[in-house]
Design a protein around this ligand. Sequence first.
Ligand code: NAD
Length: 379
Amino acid sequence: MEKMSRRSFSNKVSQGVAGTVFLGSLPLNCAMGPAARSQQSLGIALVGLGSYSTNQLAPALEQTQHCHLAGIVTGTPSKARTWMQKYDIEESHVYNYETFDQIANDASVDAVYVVLPNSMHAEYAIRAAQAGKHVICEKPMGISVAECDAIIEACRKAGVKLGMGYRLHSEPYTQEIKRLVREKTFGDVRYVMGEAAYISRGNPDQWRLNKALSGGGALMNMGVYAVQSCIYGCGKNPVAVSAQEFSTRPDYFKDTDETILAQLTFPGGIVGSVMTSHNANANRLYASCDSGWFELNPANNYGPLSGRTSSGPIQFPHESQQKLQMDDFALHVLEGAPNRAPGEMGKRDMIIVEAIYRSIREGGRTIPLDIPQDYGFGG
Ligand code: NAD
């Protein structure tokens, strides 16, 4: 049976028994977002207070309506102090990597969001599930398909929900692309392209360039966005892949891939092109259909995104993607709303990533993929 959120359970009990509305514990952060937070609010603990947690997730959690920052996990005491002060977090909701498992006893934390270097996702996602907490896992889900399987199994066994940090599935431009594909607005897709790349010139010792911590280079980091673009840009899972790697700065990219091109084939003869790099800037989704085309450019960053079709622009107001994503996950847990980016989606992408690396190792050979056509799509 699925584990019910503590607040959702409390709300149901108190409303049923007393006929009064139970307010639940108040969000720790007093700075409420523009809209009032709902009475049922999922308490989220962030694990790893690096750049993404600091600059994107924590600010987004000030705007969310259905979840709030309930705890932090960090190995750096000075960071813990700064966050406690900034977000009004009590010491009893602060953990380090040694005390992490005690989070099981913290009733304020309903879900754990793993925002660590890629090779640490599996360990902390599994420990979070074993502590009885719902799990959000950053991309890539792990550094192998075996790790993705282990995370999915741990969450299934613990009866907790699992979502990926694939924020784009909650934002309107990406949802519009999915609608254009689903409704065949421009007929059948024939060709789809995903590009996700940026130029890396920073510290050569950063974990993203260290295979033991990252699992790989551009493909593990940005490539999953390009693969995703191709999949939701045609609405199908690929049946085969071939790939090539390019290296122009081997002194800097000593341990990880710099640029990868991959060719995907989909059922019905649709062809897909993936480009990812740590040595070029690109950020685009394009699809050519029987009677028109559509594109997003930029397609993958934090927004505002921009899009157009052969019949005109795509335009939506900008909102924090992370806010939309975490609220969607909270509603999935609290109300059974669709899981927009389930763990199976993360695993499917890792199957493709592993096949791309294998094709490169085997001289660009075409690797068949055995992914069911309905596997890994979110609601
Ligand atoms: P970061 O380097 O800024 O932060 C990593 C955090 O992990 C730091 O707080 C660091 O102290 C901690 N850490 C713990 N053990 C570590 C170790 N052995 N080596 C290095 N750091 C260690 O990275 P980030 O940009 O915050 O990325 C974290 C995760 O979030 C990655 O998996 C990344 O792919 C993902 N991410 C996702 C998005 C998105 O848009 N969904 C954006 C950025 C990052």
